[in-house]
Design a binder for this molecule. Structure first.
Ligand code: AN0
Ligand code: CP
Length: 316
């Protein structure tokens, strides 16, 4: 594997999940692999988990880590080819990507969707700019369209908790949120679920349909309580409207995941990528219950990042 920009860059998800679970038993086993190598993590947006877990993963592999809050500390980058740069942008991604490549053996990029211009977000200017002009492998730490480290984490976490011999029922449920959020986490979760054996259903209010090129034939159930029936895993996430791009169309608090709704599930596990707004997205009694996997998910971010970096370092 050269770049990790989507879950589809993995040759085999199931095998990777097993390798990751194995790696968890001895995280320092490959400490020599990254000796004298440097990873440079560039953040155009905030982060807690991605920043710390990717750093930890790289350190477990013996790598040096440089972290930069590019969004607040770097020069404003231009992405358009042939542009007369006489406005606010100080540097072109052509130079920036080539320059960082001089210092790093792998570059991680976090650059969220702006949620203002659908076409611009779909073009993944930042991520693809670095893929195009850097001379080293690129890892997607959440781009406009996807968050492949998160969905690999989620696949690992579900594998650890699924009932033996039962095809799990998995629900991706929309939740209310006061801010317009990107589609990346939901998109990647869906991509990952399409590579799994599961009974998978998406539930959201009308008007929150995601990109049909991503959701394809997956069932959409507009009745959330019905969707929750007999679910083994409930994955909750807010996203803004895709059709009315970046807009908030529904604020109905009844979409929050409550204990009452979880009672409809098959003793189901609650999952969320975090950060989460308590008592807006999910009730305290659910996230604080023994059925909540959110802290385990966060722990698995380290393992997911490590297996990805290991594959890139080994180039297998
Ligand atoms: C981001 C999002 O929804 O994409 C990051 C999630 C990992 N969340 C927020 O901005 C709250
Ligand atoms: N889940 C996740 O990516 O968290 P951060 O935004 O804190 O990195």
């Amino acid at each position: 594997m050269r770049h990790y920009t989507s879950i589809n860059d993995l040759e085999n998800l199931q095998e990777t999940v097993q390798e990751a679970i194995d790696l968890k038993k001895n995280k320092l086993k490959y400490k020599a692999l990254g000796a004298d190598k440097t990873i440079c993590l560039l953040f155009f947006n905030n982060s807690l988990r991605t920043r710390l877990s990717t750093q930890k993963a790289a350190q477990n592999l013996g790598m040096e880590v440089i972290v930069m809050n590019f969004g607040s500390e770097g020069w404003a980058l231009e992405y358009e080819d042939g542009k007369v740069m006489d406005q606010g942008k100080s540097e072109h991604v052509k130079e920036a990507a080539k320059v960082v490549s001089q210092y790093a053996d792998i570059i991680g990029i976090r650059a969220f969707a702006g949620l203002e211009d659908k076409e611009k977000d779909a073009a993944e200017l930042v991520l693809n700019g670095f893929v195009k002009f850097a001379s080293v492998p690129i890892v997607n730490m959440e781009s406009s369209v996807g968050h492949p480290l998160q969905c690999l984490t989620d696949a690992i976490t579900m594998e650890e908790h699924k009932l033996v011999g039962k095809k799990p029922k998995v629900v991706l449920s929309w939740a209310p949120h006061p801010k317009a959020l990107p589609h990346a986490v939901a998109n990647s979760f869906i991509n990952m679920m399409q590579l799994q054996e599961a009974d998978f259903v998406i539930t959201h209010p009308k008007g929150y349909e995601l990109d049909p090129k991503i959701t394809k034939e997956i069932a959409i159930e507009y009745n959330q309580e019905k969707a929750f029936e007999n679910a083994d895993f409930v994955y909750v996430k807010n996203w803004s409207s895709y059709n009315d791009y970046g807009q908030i169309k529904c604020t109905d608090p009844n979409w929050m995941t409550s204990a009452e709704k979880m009672n409809k599930t098959n003793n189901g596990k609650f999952m969320h990528c975090l950060p989460v707004r308590r008592n807006v997205v999910v009730a305290d009694e659910v996230i604080d219950s023994g059925h909540s996997l959110v802290i385990e998910q966060a722990a698995n971010r380290e393992i997911a990042a490590q297996i990805v970096l290991k594959k890139i370092l080994e180039n297998d």
